[in-house]
Design a protein around this ligand. Sequence first.
Ligand SMILES: NC(=O)c1ccc[n+]([C@@H]2O[C@H](COP(=O)([O-])OP(=O)(O)OC[C@H]3O[C@@H](n4cnc5c(N)ncnc54)[C@H](O)[C@@H]3O)[C@@H](O)[C@H]2O)c1
Length: 451
Amino acid sequence: MRLTMVGTGYVGLVTGTCFANTGNDVTCLDVDPAKIKTLEDGGCPIYEPGLTDLIEKNVKAERLTFTLDKEKAYRDAEMIFICVGTPTGKMEGDADLSYVMGAADDIGKVLKELGPNQEPKVIVVKSTVPVGTSHAVRDRIREIAGPSIPFSIADNPEFLKEGAAIQDFNYPDRVVCGVEDERAAELMKEIYAPYVRSGNPIFIMDVRSAEMVKYASNNFLATKISFINEMAALCEAYGADVGKVREGMCADSRIGSQFLYPGLGYGGSCFPKDTLACMAMGRNSDTDTQLSTAVHDVNQRQRTRFFQKIHDQFDGDLAGKKLAFWGMAFKPNTDDIREAPALTIMQLCKDAGATCVGYDPVAAENVAKDHPGLCEVCEDVYDTLEGADALVISTDWDDFKHPDFGRMKTLMNVPAIFDGRNLYALALMEREGFVYHSVGRRAVTPGAVTA
Ligand SMILES: NC(=O)c1ccc[n+]([C@@H]2O[C@H](COP(=O)([O-])OP(=O)(O)OC[C@H]3O[C@@H](n4cnc5c(N)ncnc54)[C@H](O)[C@@H]3O)[C@@H](O)[C@H]2O)c1
């Protein structure tokens, strides 16, 4: 099938490449000339494991092309997937739909030029959008193209995770398609057939429900994270160990163990904005969304609580202190730094007078580019520790799981670790002689008598 992806970000580029890999003829369109140039030169504008090789393979097979030319991208496509960003807008958490509606405008113009005798295209909204948006896209295209132009609208939320995006796309737990006509349903089933061969379901439903599935899923996962972080705070207050509490709790098959790791709270380009968008949908419809509001508040507080631990360690005086940060991406295996907790905590430390030095295996370049002056970026993980008054572990990259503690102590001014990801056993930290603060567990202070 001839497909066009609108937007070559994490979703559009992965989706387009994976669809090309099953034999479709895919055009990836973007408005960012730098991204298209990188792709045309054989590079990849984002870090996603396995993606560069898969792009190369499909470009060679002449099934995958990149363009800035909207007219060309839209004209020949049988299905158009809108995969542009829907960040938080300026209005109290409402999703900014300007990119989605911008794409609708472009598509409407091309459809108008093609006239009433064209084969009807299916326009698929893949971006995460508030309920009703796909219908607004349909109405905008209709308004621009005119009433005699045939096309149909669909909503197909994406559930891939950055860092495991190709695996998630190729082996989805489920595929959700919101459609308004039988033909769109059949085309969606056809295009996804290679990905649901092992019996994983493809759900065909109405457009509004499909849009809501995505928010309900992300909001639920965000709720689990805020829940365990709230329990972690209680563990700290009452001397329990959240690691043990987790084990005891997660053995219950009704509860399960995923997304129940205490830490610095969720970040990234989805959970924060999608929780806010749910709250905005509630506000806009006079529907109470107390739970979403609490989930968001707990998440924001998690960052300031952790900063407070650092602040308290230095008796409230961070002026002139040097803090090393390991990990700046919002989670491991991605270079995405949107809403990354590390950056919020760095900013709080910097505002309190500290200087920050950061290392990340793949996200450092983005930090230097998008947040100049926030921290000094190091290329080697141990270089961050020279003369450091404390280490903050902010992303649980594998690289940080078994460091050379002896070397760390010789480099650091003070052997203190603030571990936002609970990477190390308390007994190990005691043996190594570190001051050690983590999440939901007692603090380790060398010399102090512990129970
Ligand atoms: N990132 C994820 O892990 C993830 C997972 C599931 C769903 N989503 C959702 O998918 C959507 C896209 O997310 P993303 O992370 O891929 O975004 P992104 O910001 O990485 O990429 C969006 C791309 O769209 C391009 N663009 C904007 N307007 C355009 C236009 N008119 N024509 C062509 N290109 C245009 C931008 O230049 C950019 O390259 C969002 O709604 C997001 O919530 C993201």
